[in-house]
Design a protein around this ligand. Structure first.
Ligand code: UD1
Ligand code: CA
Length: 452
C-alpha cells in the first residue's frame, strides 16, 4: 500500500504463567496453528515491509516458530520483563533502520486480521503520529481505557492507574499501535516507569504524543478480533471464534455442511466446488479437497489432498502425505499415511496403508495392512494399477505388487509379485470328511452317566 515502508514488531516475551503449561504462551495452537503464527500471518507483508519478534530469555522455540512462519523475521530478546515499552525498545536496532510506519502488535491476540493492520496504517498517511486500535469491551476490567475528548485520543489509562470514573469507560486499548516511523523512537524513549507497577507502559505513548503537539487517533474494531489469550479458557474461546469464521468462509465458498458447528477446519483448508462435509469431521493443516468430494462423519484429516469426487470415511484417518486421486474411496476404519492412491482406488474397510503407492483402480480388501516398519526403518509398498488384494493380507515392505496381480485373502506377502500373477502365502487348508460328526459322537458317549 501507498509505497510507505513498514516495520511490524510483535511482542511475545510473556511467560503466560496463567496457561499452567510448560509451553510458552504464544506457541499454543488455535485452529492447528500457534497464536504467534496467526499474528505473523496477518502482519503487513510484501515489498517494503519488515518484521521483528521480541521473545523472552530462553524462548528459542518462540524465535524458531517465528522463523518457520516468516523466514525473513528478525528476533530480539527482552532480557527483563519491564513492560511493553521496554519490550519494544529491545528491537531498537530494527526501529533505527527508519521505516515510515512502525506497527506494534501482541503475540497473544491471534484473531487480528490483515485488514485491521492496513486500517491502522491509514491515519499515518493522513498525518497522524500515532493510531491505537480500540474496541468496546463487554467487561473492560484489566484493559487500558482510551480517554477520548472531542473525538481526539488524549491518553490511555491502565487499569491500575485509572480513577473510578475512568474505569467505567468501555472503549479499550486492543494493544495494536501504529506510529509514524519518524517520531516513534523519540516518543517511546520518553516513556518512564513512574506508575504503580513500576513498568514501562507503551500506552503512555499517547499522552506523550499529545504533549509534543502531535496527533493520536483511534481505529475501532470488534472485541472478537482482539481477544488476548491469557488462560486456557480464553484459548478455547478464541478457537470458537476462529472456527466460526472458518465455517462461514467454507459455507460462503459453497461447501455443504449440515452441521457446521461440529466441523473443525484449518485456516489453510482449500475447497473445490460442491464439496460435502458431514457432521463431526476434523480437518487439520494442509488439506486440499477437490470438486465433488465427500468427507463422511468422524473423519480426521491432516496434510492430505483429496481428489475430485473422492470419498472419505466415515471414521477414516488421513495422516500427512496422503493423496487421493479422482474418485478414490477410503472407507470406515482406514488409516493412510504418506500414501498416494491413484484414481479409482478402493480401500473400503479396516485397513492401514502407509508409505505406499497404489495404482489406479486397485482394490484393497478389508483388513489389509502394509507392514512398513521393522522397529528401525520405514519401507515402501507399491501396488500396481488394477491389482486386487484379498482381505486380511499383510504386505511386508519393501514390496512390489504388479499391475493386475491378485493376492489371495489372508496372505502374508514378503516377496514381489509380478504383473497379472496370483500370490498366496498362507497355511494350506486341510479338510477331513465327517471329522466333526465323529467328534460329536465321541463326546456324547463320554458324557453318558456310568451304570452298574
Ligand atoms: C496491555 C496494555 C493494555 C491493553 C491490553 C490489551 C500496556 C501497558 N497495556 O495490557 O492497555 O488494554 O494489553 O490486551 O501495554 N510483553 C513483553 N514484555 C513485557 C511486557 C509485555 O513482551 O515486558 C508482551 C506480552 O508478552 C504480551 C504483550 O506484551 O504479548 C502485552 O503484555 P501484557 O502483560 O499481557 O499486557 P496487559 O496487562 O494485558
Ligand atoms: Ca494481555
Amino acid at each position: 500500500m501507498t509505497g510507505r515502508s513498514c516495520l511490524t514488531i510483535v511482542l511475545a516475551a510473556g511467560e503466560g504463567t496463567r496457561m499452567r503449561s510448560a509451553l510458552p504462551k504464544v506457541l499454543h495452537p488455535v485452529a492447528g496453528q500457534t497464536l504467534l503464527a496467526h499474528v505473523l500471518a496477518a502482519a503487513p507483508a510484501g515489498p517494503g515491509t519488515s518484521l521483528a519478534v521480541v521473545v523472552g530469555p530462553g524462548h528459542e522455540a518462540v524465535a524458531d516458530e517465528a522463523k518457520r512462519v516468516r523466514p525473513d523475521v528478525m528476533t530480539f530478546v527482552q532480557r527483563e520483563r519491564l513492560g511493553t515499552a521496554h519490550a519494544v525498545l529491545a528491537a531498537r536496532e530494527a526501529i533505527s533502520a527508519g521505516a515510515d510506519d512502525l506497527v506494534i502488535a501482541f503475540g497473544d491476540t491471534p484473531l487480528i486480521s490483515a485488514d485491521t493492520f492496513a486500517r491502522m496504517r491509514k491515519p499515518l498517511r493522513d498525518g497522524a503520529s500515532l493510531a491505537v486500535l480500540g474496541f468496546h469491551a463487554a467487561d473492560p476490567t484489566g484493559y487500558g481505557r482510551l480517554i477520548v475528548d472531542d473525538g481526539r485520543l488524549i491518553a490511555i489509562r491502565e487499569q491500575a492507574e485509572a480513577s473510578a470514573e475512568e474505569r467505567r469507560i468501555t472503549l479499550c486499548n486492543a494493544g495494536v499501535m501504529a506510529f509514524d516511523g519518524k517520531a516513534a523512537l523519540r516518543i517511546i524513549e520518553k516513556i518512564g516507569n513512574a506508575n504503580s507497577k513500576g513498568e514501562y507502559y507503551l500506552t503512555d505513548a499517547v499522552g506523550i504524543t499529545r504533549e509534543t503537539g502531535l496527533t493520536a487517533t483511534v481505529i475501532e474494531t470488534g472485541e472478537d478480533e482482539v481477544r488476548g489469550i491469557n488462560t486456557k479458557a480464553q484459548l478455547a474461546e478464541a478457537e470458537q471464534v476462529m472456527q466460526a469464521r472458518l465455517r462461514k468462509a467454507a459455507l460462503d465458498a459453497g461447501v455443504t455442511m449440515i452441521a457446521p458447528e461440529t466441523v473443525f477446519l484449518a485456516p489453510d483448508t482449500s475447497f473445490g466446488k460442491d464439496v460435502t462435509i458431514e457432521p463431526y469431521v476434523v480437518i487439520g493443516p494442509g488439506v486440499t479437497i477437490a470438486d465433488g468430494a465427500v468427507i463422511h462423519s468422524f473423519s480426521h484429516l491432516v496434510q492430505a489432498s483429496i481428489g475430485r469426487n473422492a470419498s472419505v470415511g466415515p471414521y477414516a484417518r488421513l495422516r500427512p502425505g496422503t493423496s487421493l486421486g479422482e474418485g478414490a474411496r477410503i472407507g470406515n476404519f482406514v488409516e493412510a499415511k504418506a500414501a498416494v492412491l491413484e484414481a479409482g482406488v478402493k480401500v473400503n474397510h479396516l485397513t492401514y496403508v502407509g508409505d505406499a503407492h497404489i495404482g489406479a483402480n486397485a482394490n484393497i480388501g478389508a483388513g489389509t495392512i502394509t507392514c512398513n516398519y521393522d522397529g528401525f526403518n520405514k519401507y515402501r509398498t507399491e501396488i500396481g494399477a488394477g491389482a486386487f488384494i484379498g482381505s486380511n493380507s499383510s504386505l511386508v515392505a519393501p514390496l512390489k505388487i504388479g499391475n493386475g496381480a491378485y493376492v489371495g485373502s489372508g496372505s502374508v506377502v514378503t516377496k514381489n509379485v509380478p504383473d497379472d500373477a496370483l500370490a498366496v502365502g498362507r497355511g494350506l487348508q486341510t479338510v477331513r470328511e465327517n471329522w466333526a460328526k465323529r467328534f460329536r459322537e465321541m463326546k456324547a458317549l463320554a458324557r453318558k452317566p456310568k451304570t452298574g
